[in-house]
Design a protein around this ligand. Structure first.
Ligand code: SF4
Length: 340
């Protein structure tokens, strides 16, 4: 017997076998490092936990292209995460089409990590990723009720207090047409609870303006939600008919011009919210990960989609602390604590 592993722990079995019997040389794969080939900078990496989606949002064609949800075994995900961390990654960005559904397809079956049984679900995955000692950021979280369970892990500092959760709209009728969960008051109440439990929580979301059938009153409802929810980071798309999407068959499409105009109005409201939120950070000290000398991201900023923190100095791939001195609608500006 070489080792004791659990069922489905293929990486564990292979590791034990290869400790005694080295793999034959394969010229095609032997030059690939254990963490795989990354297209991102060395200090952060995307960690894909599943493929496909069980939802059928009417504006989306992903399920018809990628199929239903297929979760990767939790041991395999952790094996990749550990290799990335060993290779110097300091921030893991958890992605999928539907991160909160992780494990639904395998009925949350028990997998194995480090020789121990672990359930295949988002909460457990966050718990063990949180033990790797790097930033862990969650993306594409569908607003299921059980998302509430990861908020305490954020409050305890195990994973970043950051939730990328696309709400898409706030009008119950439009959400129903979109085939999304339709209860804006419940969402507002949950956001209040999340913030009570984790005051540093950053919420990023995306919305669609000008969905087929959206009336002016329903769009106003969306703006009212936005003002009430005070989300930290928001993206808005004017509805764009994707070939093959069910939403294209809905009656009363909104004219192009109106869609664009609503998007602009939406972004104007959000710019005011974002500006005030960032201004409130002036005078605070923020931990940042340095993407390039002079450019970092705080816990509230995911790469590519959120703002940045600008300062003088810093070495790529290190953590620094920055005293925030100024802000605008998107970014923060400050001085490295080590230079003060
Ligand atoms: S929008 Fe997201 S949740 Fe909805 S069907 Fe597409 S991938 Fe799934």
């Amino acid at each position: 017997m070489l080792a004791i592993t659990g069922p489905h722990d293929t990486p564990g079995v292979m590791k034990a076998v290869h400790a005694h019997l080295p793999k034959p040389h394969d010229p095609f794969t032997d030059l690939v490092p254990p963490q795989g080939i990354k297209l991102t900078p060395n200090h952060y990496a995307y960690l894909k936990i599943s493929e496909g989606c069980n939802h059928r949002c009417t504006f989306c064609i992903i399920p018809s292209m990628r199929g239903d949800l297929v979760s990767r075994p939790i041991g395999e995900v952790m094996h990749e995460a550990e290799n990335l961390v060993k290779a110097g990654v300091k921030e893991l960005l958890v992605i999928s089409q539907d991160t909160s559904a992780y494990g639904v397809d395998v009925k949350y079956r028990t997998g194995f990590h480090g020789g121990k049984p672990v359930k295949t679900n988002l909460q457990k995955l966050c718990e063990i990723l949180g033990e790797l000692g790097v930033w862990v950021r969650l993306h594409y979280v569908y607003p299921y009720p059980h998302v509430d369970q990861v908020i305490p892990l954020m409050a305890e500092g195990k994973i970043l207090p950051y939730l990328d959760i696309p709400f898409q709209h706030a009008s119950p009728r439009i959400l129903k047409l979109m085939k999304r969960p339709a209860a804006a008051e419940k969402v507002l109440a949950r956001i209040r609870e999340w913030r009570k439990a984790c005051p540093d929580l950053t919420i990023r979301s995306t919305f669609i303006a000008g969905f087929p059938g959206e009336t002016e009153a329903e769009f106003e409802e969306l703006l009212a939600f936005l003002k009430e929810a005070q989300l930290d980071r928001v993206g808005c798309f004017a509805y764009s008919p994707v070939d093959g999407a069910k939403a294209n068959e809905l009656p009363d499409p909104v004219p192009d011009k109106v869609r664009e105009e609503r998007k602009m109005r939406f972004m104007e409201v959000q710019a005011g919210i974002s500006k005030a939120k960032l201004k409130a950070k002036v005078g605070t000290v923020q931990k940042v990960i340095v993407d390039a000398p002079g450019v970092g991201r705080s816990m509230a900023d995911a790469p590519e989609i959120d703002g940045i923190v600008k300062f003088k100095g810093g070495k790529t791939g290190t953590f620094e602390t920055v005293k925030i001195e100024r802000s605008d609608a998107h970014d923060l500006f400050g001085t490295l604590n080590s230079l003060r």
